[in-house]
Write a protein that binds this ligand. Sequence first.
Ligand SMILES: Cc1cc2nc3c(=O)[nH]c(=O)nc-3n(C[C@H](O)[C@H](O)[C@H](O)COP(=O)(O)OP(=O)(O)OC[C@H]3O[C@@H](n4cnc5c(N)ncnc54)[C@H](O)[C@@H]3O)c2cc1C
Length: 400
Amino acid sequence: MPADSFALHRSTTAFALSEAQQAVLHGADRFAAAELHPLQGRMDNEDWWPPHIMPRLAEMGFLGVTAGAAHGGADADFFTTGLITQALARWNHAVALSYVAHENLCLNNIARNASVQLCNKYLPPLCAGTAVGALGLTEPGAGSDALGSMATTAYRDGGHYVLNGTKLYITNGPIAEILLVYAKTDRSAGARGISAFIVERGFSGFSVAQELDKMGFRGSPTAELVFNDCIVPAENLVGVENQGVAVVMSGLDLERAIVAMINVGMAERAFALALDYATTRKQFGEKIGNFQLIQGKLADMYVQVETARTYCYSVLAACNDLAQGEGGRGDIHKRTAAAILYAAEACTRVCADAVQIFGGAGYMRDTEINRLYRATKLLEIGAGTTEIRKLIIAGELLRI
Ligand SMILES: Cc1cc2nc3c(=O)[nH]c(=O)nc-3n(C[C@H](O)[C@H](O)[C@H](O)COP(=O)(O)OP(=O)(O)OC[C@H]3O[C@@H](n4cnc5c(N)ncnc54)[C@H](O)[C@@H]3O)c2cc1C
C-alpha cells in the first residue's frame, strides 16, 4: 500500500462527518489504496479495464448503495455514494469514473424511476456487479444541447419500441450489459417528447461502434454506441412515454453532485502527493517546501481542497432529500451545478500546481501526478460543461 499523506487524512476529519460516515470513507479509502491503486499504471498504459472490479466493489458493499435490500442494495443514502466515490477517486480515478457511470447514472436512475418489474429484473445484477451499467444521453450532434438536438428516435411497434441513432462518449459503453438510453418518442415536441429505455447489450440492433482513445481516465472504457432498428420490449420503457425530461434533468443534478466528489478525491490526492514531494525533494541544499513560492502554491491548494470538499459535502447532503422527479430546476439545480463548477476548476488548478511542484518528474507520463493532470480536464466537460454550469447557476439566480 502506498504511504498515506498525513495531511490527507487529517483534513478529511475536519468536516463534521458522523462516526458512521467516517467509517464508510476510511473503509473505502483503505480498500482503494490496497486494491485499486496498484491497478492504475496498467489501466493507464494499456487502456485496460480490470474485469474483476465491479464484482469486487459489490463484495465491498459499494454497489447499489441507494437501492433497496430486496434488490441486493444497501438501502443507504446518496451521501454515502459520494463518500465512496471520493475514496475511490483518491486512489484510482478511472475506476471512480466507471463506478459513477454504473452506480449513479445507471443503477440509481433505474432505482428512482423504473417500474417494480424493471427494478426486480435489472437491479440485482447491477448490485452484484455481474452486469455493468451505463447511461447514453450524448450524441454526435447533441452535447450541451442534449435534449433539443437529440436525434435518436424510438417508435412503438406492437409489443416493442424500435430505436435508431448514435450515442457518443458513453462511459462503460464497451463493457456495459445494461444501458439506460434516452430517445425522442415525439419529434414534434422539441426538447421535450423524450423517453428513457433500458437496453440490454444483447438486444437486436445494438452495437458498440468503436472504443474511444482518451488522454486521461484511461482504463475507464468509453464508446460510441449505435442503435440500428434496435428492438426494445415495451415494458423496458422507464417511467412514462414522452416524460423522460424529468428523468434526465433530475438525474443530471445527482450526476453533478457525485462527479463533484471525483474532483474532491483527485484534488486531495494531488495535494497529498505535492505536499509529500515538497518535503522530500531538495534543491539549493534545501527542501523545496522551504521556498516561499512553493509554500504559496501549497497554501492555495489546501484552501481549494478544503473549500471544494466542504461545499460538495453540503450539496451531497441536500441531495439526500431529492424526491423522485424533483430536480432539474430550483435550488438543488443551482447548487449541484455550483458544486461541480467549483470542484472541477479547483481540481484542475490543484493538479496543475502539483505538476509544477514535481517539476520535470511531473511531466513524465508514467507518474501518478501526471495521470491526475491528464485526467482532470474531463471533469470541466462531462456532466455539463463549465459554461453550461454557469448558465444553470445564473438562470436560477435570475429566475423570477
Ligand atoms: C470521457 C467522457 C465520458 C463521457 N461519459 C458520458 C456518459 O457516460 N454518458 C453520456 O451521455 N455522455 C457522456 N459524456 C458526454 C459529455 O457529457 C459531453 O461531452 C458534454 O456534455 C459536452 O458536450 P460536447 O462534447 O458535445 O460539447 P459541445 O456541446 O459541442 O460544446 C463545445 C463547447 O461549446 C460550449 N457551449 C455549448 N453551448 C454553449 C452555450 N449555450 N453557451 C456557452 N458555451 C456553450 C461548451 O461549454 C464547450 O466549451 C462523456 C464525455 C467524455 C469526454
